[in-house]
Design a protein around this ligand. Structure first.
Ligand code: 0O2
Length: 221
């Protein structure tokens, strides 16, 4: 065994994994700034929570095998675009699109793909907005463009997706059609809840604005 060769490979893998961590750090800062700006404009925080993760080497290898790609770092870097992932849970559906637009307008981000599973839910009922972006990271000796998958959803969508994920993991085999339909139905209920909350939110906003104008009118008297 050539120990030097092994050492080189180990260093390459460490650098590879580090670049995704840096990309997530950059994205998290960006999102935090957008959140503070949004809070200033709209007077509320649109983000309930944010979770980010770097895919484990085991999961990366599993995905590469499943997709039958060659096990080479440059190929994995290009083909597996969710090694760095951020999940943003928003309060209202409109927040999702506003945040997505804000991200798409960032000069240093390249939006490579947008998958709108809210307008077009998956057959099982899954809803979320997915963006695949590229973000530059700057290291001592080079600059790199790194792919990050951003999933943006509401609390209700997140609730459904988390439990659906658990149910699938628990029952490793096919789930019966009756339960598939139940799950899809539950996703529709979640979406209805989102629409109701959004509508209440909008009405309160209108009332608030009217009250604000009235106050202004009175102060002019
Ligand atoms: P994990 O464990 O969250 O990382 P691909 O990424 O190429 O396999 P595709 O269709 O190109 O598949 O990507 P897509 O549909 O944008 O989905 C990628 C991620 O979205 C998944 O990552 C999940 O996190 C989430 N997702 C998509 N569909 C579902 C679903 O039906 N239920 C739930 N709970 N999550 C979903 P991973 O790598 O599969 O999983």
């Amino acid at each position: 065994i050539d120990m030097n060769h092994l050492k080189t490979i180990k260093n390459e893998i460490t650098r590879f994994m580090m670049s995704y961590k840096f990309a997530l750090d950059e994205m998290n800062t960006k999102i935090d700034i957008l959140k503070q700006e949004f809070q200033y404009i709209h007077d509320y925080n649109p983000i309930e929570h944010i979770k980010s993760r770097v895919k484990s080497p085991e999961s990366i290898v599993k995905k590469v095998r499943k997709k039958q790609y060659d096990m080479s770092l440059p190929l994995i870097k290009e083909k597996i675009r969710d090694i760095a992932g951020i999940r943003i849970t928003c309060s209202f559906i409109s927040d999702i699109y506003e945040l997505s637009n804000m991200l798409q307008n960032q000069k240093d981000l390249t939006v490579v793909e947008v998958k709108d599973y809210i307008k077009n839910p998956k057959p099982n009922g899954y809803q979320s907005l997915h963006l695949i972006v590229q973000i530059p990271i700057f290291m001592s000796d080079r600059e790199e463009q790194v792919y990050v998958e951003v999933q943006i959803r509401t609390i209700a969508m997140d609730f459904w997706a988390s439990l659906e994920h658990k149910i699938y993991y628990k029952y490793n085999s096919e789930i019966p059609e009756r339960l598939v339909e139940e799950l899809r139905d539950a996703a529709i209920s979640a979406a209805m809840l989102d629409k109701r909350m959004e509508s209440i939110h909008r009405e309160i906003n209108t009332l608030r604005e009217e009250a604000h104008w009235n106050e202004d009118d009175n102060s002019n008297l």
